[in-house]
Design a protein around this ligand. Structure first.
Ligand code: CMC
Length: 429
């Protein structure tokens, strides 16, 4: 929304001033609308998008200084305590919390789509057994577009809804089968009647030989991890999904692009990197030497720091509580790895290097510990992040497609390469 404020750009070479409107959101800082700037023949330069709002959105709000996160206006703390992942999915997709009837219909819709096309199973078998499950997920999710031609018309709202439901429903199954294929376990099937998180645990760990009993505390912890990871505004993977979608690419291809981006250790790969780091440090006596390396910039303290949060990540505060619950439930408080994590956290929170740079633990520091305690192998941490974030990605994609002002995303650049020069034949080089 435009307000009366304006920003005036003045040049020191006599060119006319340029007045640019200031836009006001419902929350958060004002935003200078620089669209008219392109007419000047110049561009703005903002690598890493530190000062750039790439779109208008009504889905998620973050206040990084205050450490606040809202989905559709609801604080994450309230959702983590009172809601559950499927309700959060409905909220993110539709903008409002569901009535009991809406919830029932939505849940049935997700459950009805959670099987995988039998032919898709052959695709898993094309991968090496030791492939990282994220590699399998990028491939298999992208391949969904080859199976569901009936929901690929991105201009049809009903198609967009069906694709969204298919993705939310099938991602846990795809992630679980990527794990089972790696392990040499037979593929498993979803079991309706279980909750979304219970079903995921069942698909991961059940065997044909005996009944798998889901531990309710662990399933609730997993559901909370899903809720906390469901969306996070215009992060790297969500921006990737939007950019891919802006060309009109189908939703399955766009989500595959999001998964690829999430894989990186600065983003969704951080939870896996936390556990690898704990293994490398080994024990509490090695923490001071490791910290020296962090301060000398030899390595980073994974699970710490965030581009937006310059205060405690609110998801980390909730995850820390869940971490305690899970370690208590499993009697793991004295496990050396978890003791090491807690020692590391304490030292970092008191160290001036971290205090001065406002580096706090982020959600991945604790979620890695919880997932590891639940018995999830480290290579599955990022796939779990991906399956939980799918609803956020698809909500942003749908919001963008439904916006009549949508344009293909096409940034410009500051070119610093060679000037025009003539081709030199090889024998003269
Ligand atoms: N360990 C040590 N130093 C750090 C860390 C860290 N984890 N994070 C940032 N710094 C330092 C950085 O070296 C820089 O120091 P200086 O001012 O002396 O040059 C300062 O803090 C500012 O960091 P930055 O790199 O400018 O911050 P950024 O906003 O570009 O990066 C980040 C954010 C998340 C990529 C980074 O903090 C990081 O790599 N953290 C570790 C990986 C991680 O845990 N990622 C998960 C993020 S939360 C989940 C998600 O949303 O994906």
């Amino acid at each position: 929304m435009e307000n009366n404020r304006k920003v005036t750009l003045t040049y020191n070479d006599g060119k006319d001033n340029l007045e640019m409107p200031v836009l006001k959101g419902t929350l958060g800082p004002d935003v200078v609308d620089i669209r008219s700037f392109s007419k000047t023949g110049m561009f703005t330069f903002d690598p890493g998008f530190l000062a750039t709002a790439s779109c208008e959105s009504q889905i998620t709000f973050i206040d990084g200084d205050l450490g606040q996160l809202y989905y559709r206006g609801y604080p994450i703390e309230q959702l983590a305590e009172k809601s559950d992942y499927l309700e959060v999915c409905y909220l993110l997709l539709n903008g409002e919390l569901p009535t009991a009837e809406e919830r029932k219909v939505f849940e049935r819709g997700i459950m009805r789509h959670n099987m995988l096309h039998d032919q898709l199973m052959s695709l898993f078998k094309g991968f090496r057994r030791d492939a990282h499950p994220m590699a399998v997920m990028v491939g298999v999710v992208g391949a969904l577009s080859a199976f569901y031609h009936d929901s690929l018309d991105i201009n049809n709202p009903e198609h967009r809804k069906i694709s969204a439901h298919r993705l939310i429903a099938k991602l846990p199954n795809i992630a679980a089968q990527a794990y089972r294929y790696n392990k040499g376990l037979p593929f498993s099937y979803p079991k309706n009647g279980l909750t979304y998180a219970e079903n995921f645990l069942h698909m991961m760990f059940s065997t044909p030989c005996e009944e798998y009993k889901v531990n309710k505390t662990l399933a609730l912890a997993l559901d909370r991890i899903f809720t906390l990871h469901a969306d996070h505004e215009q992060n790297a993977s969500t921006s990737t999904v939007r950019l891919a979608g802006s060309s009109g690419a189908n939703p399955f291809a766009c989500i595959a692009a999001g998964i690829a981006c999430l894989w990186g250790p600065s983003h969704g790969g951080a939870n896996e990197a936390v556990l690898k780091m704990l293994d490398e440090i080994g024990s509490v006596e090695n923490v001071p030497a490791f910290m020296e390396g962090v301060k000398n910039k030899t390595h980073k303290l994974m699970g710490f720091g965030h581009r937006v949060y310059k205060n405690m990540d609110p998801r980390a505060a909730i995850m820390k509580e869940t971490c305690d619950e899970v370690l208590n439930e499993l009697g793991l408080h004295n496990d050396p790895k978890f003791k090491l994590a807690m020692a590391l956290e304490k030292i970092a929170l008191e160290d001036p290097y971290f205090i001065e740079r406002k580096l706090y633990p982020n959600v991945d520091f604790y979620s890695g510990i919880v997932l590891s305690a639940i018995g999830i192998p480290v290579s599955m941490f990022t796939p779990i992040f991906a399956l939980a974030r799918t609803v956020g990605w698809i909500s942003h994609w749908a919001e963008m497609i439904a916006d009549p002002a949508m344009k293909i995303g096409r940034p410009r650049q500051l070119y610093t390469g060679a000037q025009r020069r003539d081709y030199i034949p090889q024998e003269q080089r």
